[in-house]
Design a protein around this ligand. Structure first.
Ligand code: NAD
Length: 260
């Protein structure tokens, strides 16, 4: 029997994971640690980062944490610098942090919601990807970028207007980066989870009635929501050499929801 611990496919590599204190990001941190990587988990929630450090204390210095607001360019760039200062190199970045928009259709959405979603879900991915590409190019590293988009980055029926637009843009950015830098060995892919059991909906106290009705329309294939572990397995695969020829892809992980 072999598992990630006896087959450390990311041994000697360093990964930065945003939104790493909770849900999908936390599960990616765990999988990458198990696969032998050094991990810098970055998140806005300091308490959750402290809890993460305690929960994964067995990994000692292989896990570092940092408070960042991914909507701020300075924070995102300093986060990458910190990983490099601490571990000597960065090989993988997972731009994963994100928020939802109460499933608001455009007629119910004000400018603030749009701007906040674009800053947290899209600008963050641009800052992280740009910093990583510049760093990989400067140091001639065939690095890996994984962006957490969503099923809402591929079809319209799962989120509000701002969320959907932000995630479609993450997919577009991912494909453009993959295409532009394919000759350098840098790989840039997106994961597109369907409904997953995390805290992301917990703050969604007053979802739009119209948005909620539409989001549950056509719920055909999957009969349950996914677990963070089912999503992080895809991230580990894309981060590994086993996905060495996969570039500019969107990997949907939704139990068949979008297969109808
Ligand atoms: P989550 O709420 O459990 O985790 C998100 C993490 O991001 C939290 O720890 C939060 O503190 C952090 N975060 C939020 N804003 C931040 C900011 N400005 N700066 C730094 N950190 C910030 O939710 P999750 O479901 O694990 O979400 C992770 C990603 O997965 C998001 O991009 C989300 O859009 C995407 N996603 C989730 C689902 C789902 O159903 N849960 C489906 C598709 C895509």
């Amino acid at each position: 029997m072999s598992d990630a611990r006896t087959n450390p496919i990311l041994a000697g590599q360093t990964a930065v994971i945003t939104g790493g204190a909770s849900g999908i990001g936390k599960s990616i941190v765990q999988r990458f640690l198990e696969a032998g990587a050094n991990c810098l988990a970055a998140d806005l929630n300091e308490e959750a980062l402290d809890a993460l450090k305690q929960e994964f204390a067995e990994y000692g210095d292989k896990l570092d944490t940092v408070k960042v607001d991914v909507s701020r360019r300075e924070d995102v760039e300093a986060m990458v610098d910190r990983a490099v200062d601490t571990y000597g190199q960065m090989d993988i970045i997972v731009n994963n942090a994100g928020i939802m928009d109460n499933l608001l259709p455009i007629a119910e959405m004000d400018d603030d919601v749009w701007e906040r979603l674009m800053k947290v879900n899209l600008n963050s991915v641009m800052y992280g990807t740009r910093k990583a590409v510049r760093y990989f190019l400067e140091h001639e590293i065939a690095g890996v970028i994984i962006n957490t988009a969503s099923l809402s980055g591929l079809c319209a029926g799962r989120g509000g207007c701002a969320y959907t637009a932000s995630k479609f843009a993450v997919v577009g950015l991912t494909k453009n980066v993959a295409f532009m830098y394919a000759d350098t060995g840098i790989r840039c892919n997106a994961i597109c989870p369907g409904n997953t059991q995390t805290n992301i909906g917990v703050g969604m106290r007053q979802p739009s009635e119209r948005g909620m009705a539409k989001a549950t329309t056509g719920y055909a294939g999957a009969t349950r929501s996914g677990t963070p572990e089912e999503i992080s397995a895809a991230a580990l695969f894309l981060a590994s050499d086993q996905a060495g020829f996969i570039n500019g892809e969107t990997l949907t992980i939704d139990g068949g929801w979008s297969a109808y």
